[in-house]
Design a protein. Structure first.
Length: 246
């Protein structure tokens, strides 16, 4: 599909990673079809990143959840760890996009990605393209950008270099995990949002969700989900607007 005058995600970001479980060929086939049909990336520039398979490793005693969730946490830890080490070289990325292999972009995603990215404030630390709002949001002075307080799900987020190290440290906060033994990597990141550890922005409507299929994390078949819209109870009060600088 050709989209004139619009930039793909592989142009907006210095590197686009897809965390992929090698044994899930079904996901790779579905993802490739989705990426090609929506045109959101130059697929030749996407980096397929090998996921940590939890059942092949051994989680520490403080981890009370299953092998799949441990593998997921380790995968997100490791991809950012590798990005940090790239900074030892001259071609260090200024930003990266991390996708999970069950991400599913909506048909009009490319157009809305461009509208959002053109409006994103310069101080951004993390961007979400899909997720689940679990805290109130604030409007900015641009209707194409909102400020979330607590976004769950980690299938499509971007990080700026200003947040690389803090993000990495957050995923390694063992004391926080011990205090909250039911938390996945998603909740660890959410906690950073609530603590305002780096600026987070997202579009008013998600451009992607998670595809249907068996989840290695929860061990069951999940439906296709996009978590459309902001729940009424999380909508900001009238006039609650934040001015951001470009």
């Amino acid at each position: 599909m050709v989209h004139d005058n619009m930039k793909t995600l592989t142009e907006w970001f210095d590197a686009v990673y897809v965390i992929h479980c090698g044994h899930r060929k079904d996901r790779l086939v579905a993802l490739k079809e989705n990426l090609l049909s929506t045109g959101v990336v130059d697929i030749s520039k996407v980096i397929l990143y090998p996921a940590v398979i939890g059942k092949y490793t051994k989680s520490p005693d403080y981890w009370k959840l299953g092998d799949g969730s441990w593998g997921c946490l380790q995968s997100h830890r490791r991809v950012i760890e590798d990005v940090l080490h790239i900074h030892l070289r001259r071609e260090a990325p200024q930003n990266v996009l991390v996708l999970e292999d069950d991400v599913h972009f909506l048909p009009d995603a490319l157009e809305r990605i461009n509208t959002f990215m053109e409006a994103v404030p310069d101080d951004w630390g993390q961007l979400y393209f899909g997720g689940q709002h679990r805290g109130p949001v604030s409007f900015t002075d641009n209707p194409e950008v909102i400020i979330p307080v607590s976004v769950n799900r980690a299938h499509a987020y971007a990080l700026h270099k200003s947040a690389f190290k803090d993000f990495y440290a957050q995923l390694h906060d063992v004391e926080k995990i011990k205090e909250n033994p039911s938390w996945l990597n998603d909740q660890l990141i959410e906690e950073a949002h609530r603590a305002n550890k780096w600026p987070v922005y997202c579009p008013p409507d998600w451009v992607c969700g998670q595809d249907a299929g068996y989840s290695d994390v929860c061990g069951r078949v999940e439906p296709k989900r996009t978590w459309d819209g902001i729940p009424a109870e999380l909508q900001p009060n009238v006039g609650n607007k934040v001015t951001v600088l470009k």
